[in-house]
Design a protein around this ligand. Structure first.
Ligand code: ASP
Length: 710
């Protein structure tokens, strides 16, 4: 190949006029004028128009007639300025073109499963295709074709730029990039492990890391001081949108530091990388305690782009004649709400009562929802008559309500439930009323998380068990005390999305042991699972802390893509399948034998594509569903209901996953082709002109119509 002489299509400009070039790339689009043939030629840098004119080279023109989209070609030619009026504003090189003197076809392409070209060849022509119009599963199956699109390559290039910026920034700060093992031992991050069997050690397994947590801590104990890694993590979680079984984190850790070091480092990085997406962020970022976030926004991932903060009005209505509120308050419950400014017109009584109060709020777990509108100085609703003048005034004042505002209130014995429901209602109303400014980015640090939470009635770490409690003295057997402990943990949240989280770690063996005891890990299990790490803590561990930032999510936010899959070169689909390679697949019997693994009869069908795996429903999920259905259930019923619900969901899943690959479609649209209608539409040529003029895609006297619907 003459790669030394190669010029990249997208780099040419007017100043190259008259120079000779050698181009290598793909045929993006073709326009045959009969006498002259034009193509858009594309390489990684962009697109240039190439003209095949028999007057310049007969042989190149002859050969060019064989070209089809996505053929790989090499063209030798001369750059010239386009004639006035024929410039193409859709491509960067639109004011020039290359006159071909020689053409070589380097590789042919089959007919494409979908169109790749994204650029129209002529001004005014419809822009060819966009990834959004093509089925994502098809794009992932033919990912190599999808990757050829300039828009997809641009995302990957920007992702690279972001990661490079992170590396440069941390390099300057004295961090060292260190790779930690993929074949390792389980590190708990709350998900299941992907296991890798060992052939050499039959019956034994490695775990793919859920995060490099313990290795980075060991780096600190090893005196590394400042570590980072663009790390791949693997978590076998239940499928959720915008999650991938393997994902990339910026993982970092530093010694002899406190929270402020982490805030400073991460803020600097985030400001720099958001700039790549032309998003300016101001420092210092906001900070909010977990408790504050829950009380004011009902979530530890508050979206601060808009107001509608939650306010407690329990004291205002504690003696009200509205018995629902009064009885809840008498039982120790709370009444809270928020004010939607000036939306009384758009929020009709019907919508508030029949949709929100009757359906949406209950679907979030509330027993009901109360609404009031402030119109002409008076509160109005279906129950306002039960509130005294003083109470109504009190509500107006507390919510700072003005004419045209709508008040939304929820009451329940459980403050947590009220917070959660109002938090979800807040988002729901804001989305419906389009109150969220799209171009605003509001980062906030959430701090002072609880150290523990109850999971299925058991004490379990809210973050992971290596997080330092805010006070070192605690009794691992005292459940109430444990649940009241705060963690030295922090999350970075932007626009309601958690981009990352971390903590200051436990560096004293004795505290680590008590944490294990608190979460029910007995000394033998601790030894067996984390003995290597406990050993390390015995030899002088420095105080240290760190954080991990989800790269895929952060890049998707900066580049404003709909899904994280758009910024991952080879993502898995929503069912954790790699459509390009077909993974996961069954393996050869011999391979299993070598590993000493036997798949039990029946077990393989549980995980294979034909029959989906059994759905697991936890006791907590059953309790939640019962709450939604307003059912009281006994503890003994939990396991039966878990199983029943699991069976139902598995069955539903099975319906979703019916394999229809071999079933021929009964209807479908054939590939769009230029066809000339046989029948004469009109004798009048101007009618034909009109039709051609108005058709979205046309060429000479042809316009595009679907050939046939079969
Ligand atoms: N290992 C944690 C995670 O992956 C992050 C950290 O604590 O640094 O979420």
């Amino acid at each position: 190949m003459q790669w030394r002489q190669r010029t990249y299509c997208g780099t040419l400009s007017k100043s190259d006029a008259d120079s000779s070039v050698l181009l290598m790339g793909w045929v993006d689009a073709i326009r045959d004028h009969g006498n002259v043939l034009f193509i858009h030629m594309r390489d990684t840098s962009g697109i240039i128009q190439v003209v095949f004119d028999p007057e310049i080279s007969k042989s190149a023109h002859e050969l060019s007639k064989l070209l089809k989209e996505e053929f790989v070609i090499q063209v030798k030619g001369k750059v010239r300025i386009r004639e006035k009026g024929t410039e193409n504003p859709y491509i960067r090189t639109g004011d020039i073109e290359v006159i071909a003197q020689e053409l070589q076809i380097l590789a042919r392409s089959k007919v494409l499963p979908f169109q790749i070209s994204e650029k129209a060849m002529v001004f005014g022509e419809e822009i060819k295709s966009s990834p959004k119009n093509i089925d994502e599963e098809l794009r992932l199956k033919y990912r190599y074709l999808d990757l050829r699109r300039p828009s997809v390559q641009e995302l990957l290039r920007k992702r690279y730029e972001i990661i490079k910026q992170i590396r440069d920034c941390l390099h300057q700060k004295g961090f060292v990039e260190i790779e930690t093992p993929y074949l390792t031992k389980s590190t708990p991050e709350g998900a299941r492990d992907y296991l890798v069997p060992s052939r050499v050690h039959k019956g034994k397994f490695y775990a793919l890391p859920q995060s490099p947590q313990l290795f980075k801590q060991i780096c600190m104990i090893g005196g590394v001081d400042k570590y980072f890694q663009i790390a791949r993590c693997f978590r076998d979680e239940d499928l959720r949108p915008n999650r991938q079984p393997e994902f990339t984190q910026l993982d970092l850790e530093a010694s002899f530091i406190d929270e402020e070091f982490i805030y400073e480092t991460i803020e600097e990085i985030i400001v720099k990388i958001f700039k790549i997406g032309e998003i300016e962020l101001k420092r210092p970022f906001l900070r909010m305690t977990y408790e504050d976030a829950m009380n004011r926004y009902g979530t530890d991932r508050p979206d601060l782009r808009f107001g509608m903060e939650m306010i407690d009005v329990t004291d205002v209505v504690k003696n009200t004649g509205y018995s629902i509120f009064r009885s809840i308050i008498e039982k120790g419950g709370v009444v809270k709400g928020f004010c939607i400014r000036g939306e009384a017109q758009r929020l009709s009584k019907n919508l508030l009562q029949n949709e929100y109060a009757m359906k949406i709020a209950p679907s979030f777990g509330a027993k009901g929802m109360t609404w009031m509108k402030l119109l002409n100085g008076r509160l109005q609703s279906n129950i306002v008559q039960f509130f005294s003048e003083a109470e109504q005034d009190g509500l107006k004042k507390r919510f700072d309500a003005r004419d045209g505002d709508v008040l939304i209130m929820v009451a329940d014995q459980s403050k947590e439930l009220v917070n959660e429901v109002l938090g979800r209602l807040r988002l729901d109303f804001a989305k419906r009323l389009d109150l969220i400014p799209e171009d605003l980015y509001v980062p906030v640090w959430i701090t002072d998380f609880p150290l523990f939470e109850l999971k299925d009635g058991e004490i379990s770490p809210k973050h992971h068990p290596f997080t330092m409690p805010e006070k070192e003295e605690f009794d691992p057997k005292n459940k109430d005390e444990l649940l009241s402990l705060k963690a030295r943990a922090y999350d970075i949240v932007v626009n309601g999305e958690e981009l990352g989280g971390g903590s200051i770690r436990i560096h004293k063996l004795e505290i680590q042991k008590r944490i294990f005891e608190a979460i029910g890990i007995d000394p033998e299990t601790a030894e067996q699972k984390f003995g290597f790490f406990l050993r390390a803590l015995e030899y002088g561990a420095p105080p240290h802390g760190g954080i991990a930032l989800g790269i895929d999510r952060t890049v998707a936010m900066i580049l404003k893509t709909e899904s994280i899959r758009d910024v991952i070169a080879f993502p898995k689909n929503r069912k954790a399948v790699c459509l390009l390679t077909g993974a996961p697949t069954e393996v050869e019997k011999e391979q299993l034998e070598e590993l000493g693994i036997r798949i039990e009869k029946g077990a393989e069908s549980e995980t294979s594509d034909q029959s989906p795996k059994k759905q697991q429903i936890t006791a907590d999920q059953v309790r939640h569903i019962a709450r939604l259905a307003r059912l009281e259930i006994e503890e003994e019923e939990l396991s039966v209901l878990s199983k029943d619900l699991g069976d139902i969901l598995s069955y539903v899943e099975q319906l979703n996953e019916l394999n229809v690959d071999d079933i021929p479609p009964s209807t479908g649209v054939l590939e769009i082709k230029n066809v000339w209608r046989d029948d004469q539409i009109s004798e009048d040529p101007s009618v034909m002109d009109d039709i051609i003029e108005q058709s979205p895609e046309k060429e000479d006297r042809f316009f595009k119509v679907p050939k046939v619907i079969q």
